[in-house]
Design a protein around this ligand. Structure first.
Ligand code: TYD
Ligand code: ZN
Length: 393
């Protein structure tokens, strides 16, 4: 059973307990990272994937949440280090922290949700005292109560206790503004319980005596924001913070109506993708998925795309290979099989790594293979000329 954020039949905001208005419904959804074998099909876990919005908090959030043990367990298959680009990004992140924030004597770095240590090992190499906290027993040695955090207030309270007077909390997450601007609805899945923007994060932290002192957009994970927060008054607030808040007001991230427009674009994206894949099937083309991402679970299940439209998904993560994708049960195969099977089209489920992947897979394009992306719109990419052509389906 999913944990409904409901009381008295109404959905409640998990930040302020106010009324939550449903802005999106994706229907019955499996666990995003729940890759499984045929023997597990019969007892696959499903929940209702829906997003609610609270105008007081400006924090879109899942209406029904999945119990953590269903998501993070000894077979959790996501490893940060699977992307070269992400590994480089975290190295820069660690170096930035060491340069800008570790002026104090005997600094101590705690990483909440440390996955396989891709970030933390840079502090280890530099002999900085450090601690990683990670809920998936196979990804980390230490399993603790926090990680992918459902209760944001207890997290902020904990951080308030942990931080030195001039200590900082730095975190980064797919940015709500990018999700809306790119119609990247596939960022919405069980592990992402909240969708953050500067407005929402400021309002969440304020009651804990914390404020955002800096924000910095990054283009990883399809558009992320890095937030630096500290005790109120401990550090000057950088101009980027009020600037971003102003942009968010203009984009209407605090207004419910904004999400009605988003819903319309999500529905259009679904129609376009189904139409394109059905047309290709009609033409006898073979389509494979590229990268069995968490994001792909939302897209495939919401659009109802199964093995009849996407033959298999290729992925470099050994524990996903030989299994089936959650819900729609498309087989996951190795990258070597992608190379040897010569599909006509590759549906790019790791669109956030497009540059890295298109570069790596030049052979596929040279051999006549085509890339399909669905973010920011459904289209066939033109990898050889390095720019995108609009799909005129
Ligand atoms: P990511 O976008 O981080 O996934 P998620 O949506 O789960 O956050 O991509 C990681 C997944 O993509 C992982 O299963 C490995 C796979 N992948 C490939 O198979 N080949 C690649 O070249 C890259 C970059 C990722
Ligand atoms: Zn609220």
């Amino acid at each position: 059973m999913a944990v409904p954020a409901r009381r008295g039949g109404m959905s409640r905001c998990l930040i302020c307990d106010g009324a939550l208005e449903r802005i999106l419904s994706f229907g019955r959804m499996p666990i995003a990272n729940g890759f499984l074998g045929t023997e597990e099909f019969a007892r696959e876990y499903f929940f209702e994937l829906g997003v609610g919005f609270c105008e007081r908090c400006a924090m879109p959030q899942l209406v029904d949440r999945v119990p953590r043990e269903k998501m993070f367990h000894a077979h959790y298959p996501f490893f940060t280090s699977s992307s070269a680009r992400m590994a480089a990004h975290f190295e820069d992140f660690a170096k930035g922290v060491m340069q800008n924030h570790l002026g104090e004597r005997d600094p101590f770095v705690v990483e909440i949700g440390s996955n396989d240590g891709t970030l933390l090992r840079h502090f280890a190499v530099a002999s900085v005292r450090h601690l990683g906290v990670e809920p998936s027993a196979n990804v980390a040695a230490a399993a603790e109560e926090i990680g992918h955090v459902h209760d944001l207030h207890s997290l902020a309270k904990g951080v308030g206790h942990l931080l030195k007077p001039r200590g900082v909390l730095i975190f980064e997450d797919p940015y709500l503004g990018d999700i809306l601007a790119k119609t990247a609805y596939d960022q919405i899945y069980d592990e992402h319980a909240y969708y953050f923007c500067v407005t929402g994060v400021s309002r969440w932290l304020a009651p804990h005596g914390l404020e955002i002192v800096d924000v910095e957009p990054h283009d990883v994970h399809g558009g992320s924001m890095r937030y630096t927060a500290a005790r109120r008054g401990a550090w000057p607030v950088r101009p980027a913070v009020p600037e971003q808040l102003q942009m968010e007001r203009q984009a209407g991230l605090h207004r419910r109506e904004t999400y009605d427009g988003f819903r319309g674009r999500v529905e259009k994206s679904r129609e376009d993708l189904i139409e394109l894949l059905q047309r290709l099937r009609g033409e006898g083309k073979r389509v494979a998925g590229y990268a069995a991402t968490s994001k792909s679970t939302t897209v495939l299940n919401y659009c109802g795309i199964g093995p009849d439209l996407v033959e298999f998904i290729s992925d470099t993560t050994p524990v996903k290979q030989g299994k089936f994708s959650p819900g729609v049960h498309i087989p996951v195969r190795s990258h070597a099989q992608f190379r040897s099977h010569h599909p006509d089209f590759a549906l790019l489920f790791a669109w956030n790594h497009a540059a890295e992947i298109l570069e790596k897979e030049r052979e596929f394009a040279r051999g006549g293979g085509n890339w399909i992306s669905y973010v920011p719109r459904v289209e066939i990419l033109d990898p050889l000329r390095g720019r995108e052509t609009r799909e005129s389906a």
